[in-house]
Design a protein around this ligand. Sequence first.
Ligand SMILES: *Cc1c(COP(=O)(O)O)cnc(C)c1O
Length: 375
Amino acid sequence: MPAADCTGPAEETAGGRLTIDLAALRANYIYLAEAAAPARCAAVVKADAYGIGVARAVPALLAAGCRDFFVAQTSEAAAVRPLLPADVPLYVLNGVDPGGERALSATGAMPVLNSPGQARRWQAFAELETRALPAALQIDSGMSRLGMAPDEARALWEDAAFRRTVPLALVMSHLACADEAGAAANGEQLTRFRAATDGIAGVPLGLANSGGTLLGDAFRFDLVRVGIGLYGGAPNDGGANPMRAVVGLAAKVIQLRTIAAGTRVGYGLTYAADAPTRLATLAVGYADGWPRALGNRGAAFHAGVRLPIVGRVSMDSMIVDVTALAEGALAEGDWIELIGPDRPIDTVAAEAGTIAYELLTNLGSRYRVCVADDA
Ligand SMILES: *Cc1c(COP(=O)(O)O)cnc(C)c1O
């Protein structure tokens, strides 16, 4: 990896090395955009592009042809808007907070209006500014998280004064079970969204996230909003993951030792070797976002060999059993795979009792970060 592509601590002093493959990110965008066509494919870049960094992800997504973006919060819109051409729309999924109207509008982004109260405050702000301020409307089609009831949304778009002041750029909803292709809830939400938007003319509609985009034509409408699939996570449970891996993680070996049978390991001494065991201490811990839940159950990989995590994960380090490797195969300073071809993010997340979304968005700030781009 050429040094020029890396930021953060030097190779010699870093405890962990994160690699981000922008060619894979672009390929994932193109895959999902082709699956969504003729619907438009928006990229969700909330939470700093699921941890990989908006300054890296947004230019790559623009280069891949993406022309619609979503974040969750106004502060994220302020960071993303300057990365976008003026004619590329940016939406704030969490909507507009009381008193936050001016700050949101100053970013140049549009709120997703989730409640009648939000909608009326945005309208009042637009009237105060004496200009039209476009927005999206979200309808709750069954998830009970964000979005208004269908009759509340209808009352807004049938209100000519509202429509004049708040031109609707999008009417959307969100699926609760899109990752479970067989879930009955998907069809139920689709039916509710169709009924709720029946008769609304001239406004693009959107329902699907990554998983929803792959559920079939009926779920795509005019605009899909994809996140996890872009970053390499499996959009749907079960079956092969069609997405390319974007994120890799390696940890440095900082100490090697051999312990005798009966010797215990790590905080709480929760692991005891039942035979002479070779151990490697790796310089990544829960402060780096490596899940503490992987103590005594997760693994690292080296040269195709599984290296079980033994004992608890510490803040700045963890211990793996390297007995399966040939003696002398490892030295201090070597790098061990934590996320990579042998350890996909969905596998690591499942072993930790979580999901790839949480694993990615928790990755810490101490890593050496190397960006690969084989364009
Ligand atoms: C996060 C989010 C998305 C993206 O979902 P993925 O499952 O990551 O594709 C889409 N829509 C909404 C409303 C979201 O909150």
